[in-house]
Design a protein. Structure first.
Length: 455
């Protein structure tokens, strides 16, 4: 396979070490078989997340040196605000230290017990923040998005009929806000079409329901629109992004993804009254409205990263690297969610281990096996992450996935080829994946801290 060269060159390197297998086994025991708890120094290839794990550019590092650490209205906030408004067009730009705080602010100020919040697929922290308010996070992705083998261009689309049926069933007053995740992370990193975004916006607004985007991977989504959606090929990614945001009333954003930064995010809105409540809550839990828990230098790095993320040479390589990673796995007979998304490859565990009992957490078992056999860290998106419900019951999602998230501008194709070799080993000897039971779990977001034992 011919690889597309990176549109950058390496200026600094960080040493990584592969521990001997015996030591990896011991690290798993010490972590009670939860890869979140393994020290990063003991990880060889870390594909746990693409959030905040990317490499910043020389331009971003230079921006750190002009950080203005004034408490209120530092010059970096002015640059940050101007940049976000130029891309999104929203009136109120409120910084936060990461995306889940933006979610917390939005749902604290809009959602009450007994409400419903529709989306294509809520990711873990979004769902948890909705449920923390006593509301129900409802996933309404199109049926194509539930078939990992189906190769369709926009499997992240939300099903408009399902949305309208929900509105009619529970009543408009029970739906204070509609969400849409672009790209659709929990559904395999699949993009959402511009036509679907516009139609969803029109449907919500017909009923007077505000529409907010979870926009942490907005640039990747807009690049897929440019490449896959008829009539969009001759537009710039920035133009597509501006139109996409124009259909929404606001957005939440983790700048640790398509902000190319290691920390930070924002919530944006056109609602003047809501903005006041958001800012008052921000001051209570994060800091003043112009720094939101961030240093001035971080605001500068985010502003520069948001611009860099729109560079189409960067986006072409970013999406092509992930596509090639997925193709290498498919060539080895390892089932994945198709087509590959923009930030990660999602191994279809139900396809890889069709006879493995769901209540023994096969996806989690694959993450354990990846570390034990190769020092690779990944994350399960299946029964552990999404199976726990607020009433304590357990209902397994249709898809059992292991996400191999590719940090931006960090790993080469040789690193990813190594990961493929470890998955080949697991494919050839499925006994390497052991059944698990949970020995301790938190009442929400259990995957971050749960303890396991192999059966």
């Amino acid at each position: 396979m011919e690889f597309m060269p990176e549109p950058y060159r390496t200026k600094a390197v960080e040493r990584i070490t592969l521990l001997p297998r015996e030591q990896r086994i011991e690290r798993l025991r010490q972590a009670r078989f939860n890869v979140f708890k393994i020290p990063a120094a003991d990880i060889f290839i870390d594909l746990l997340t693409d959030s905040g794990t990317g490499a910043m550019s020389d331009n971003q590092w230079a921006g750190l040196m002009i950080g203005d650490e004034s408490y209120a209205y530092c010059r970096n906030y002015i640059t940050f605000e101007d940049t976000v408004r130029d891309i999104t067009g929203f009136n109120h730009i409120i910084p936060v230290h990461q995306g889940r705080v933006a979610e917390n602010l939005l749902f604290t100020c809009t959602v009450k017990k007994g409400d419903y919040v529709p989306s294509n697929n809520h990711f873990d922290t979004t769902r948890a923040n909705v449920e923390h308010q006593g509301a129900m996070a409802v996933d309404l992705v199109v049926d194509e998005g539930l078939d990992p083998k189906l190769d369709a261009p926009f499997k992240g689309n939300i099903d408009l009929n399902k949305v309208e049926n929900l509105i009619k069933k529970v009543g408009r007053d029970k739906i204070p806000v509609g969400m849409l995740t672009v790209t659709n992370n929990a559904g395999g990193g699949q993009p959402v079409s511009l036509a679907n975004i516009k139609a969803y916006s029109e449907l919500l607004h017909k009923y007077g329901i505000p529409f907010y985007l979870d926009a942490c991977r907005y640039a990747e989504n807009c690049y897929f629109i440019k490449k896959r959606e008829p009539g969009q090929q001759n537009r710039s990614v920035k133009e597509i992004a501006r139109e996409m945001f124009s259909y929404a009333d606001g957005c939440t954003m983790s700048a640790k993804k398509d902000g190319l930064a290691n920390i930070g995010g924002f919530i944006a809105t056109n609602n003047d009254e809501l903005a006041i409540r958001l800012k008052n809550m921000l001051i209570l839990i994060e800091g003043f409205i112009t720094y939101g828990g961030l240093a001035g230098r971080d605001l500068e790095a985010i502003a520069r990263g948001l611009v860099e993320a729109l560079d189409e040479d960067y986006l072409a390589y970013r999406t092509e690297q992930v596509r090639m990673f997925g193709q290498m796995l498919l060539d080895e007979g390892i089932p994945i969610v198709q087509p590959p998304g923009g930030h990660a490859i999602f191994v279809d565990v139900n396809g890889l281990l069709p006879k493995f009992p769901r209540d023994q957490y096969p996806g989690w078992g694959v993450t354990v096996a990846l570390y034990r056999e190769g020092g690779v860290r990944a994350v399960e998106i299946g029964g552990v992450m999404l199976g726990q419900h607020p009433d304590g019951s357990e209902h397994f999602p249709e898809m059992e996935l292991v996400r191999l998230a590719v940090p931006r501008r960090v790993y080469s194709m040789a690193h990813l080829a190594y990961v493929v070799s470890i998955l080949k080993k697991i494919r050839d000897d499925k006994s390497l994946v052991k059944p698990l039971k949970i020995t301790w779990q938190a009442p929400a977001l259990r995957h971050f801290t749960a303890d396991f034992a192999e059966i």
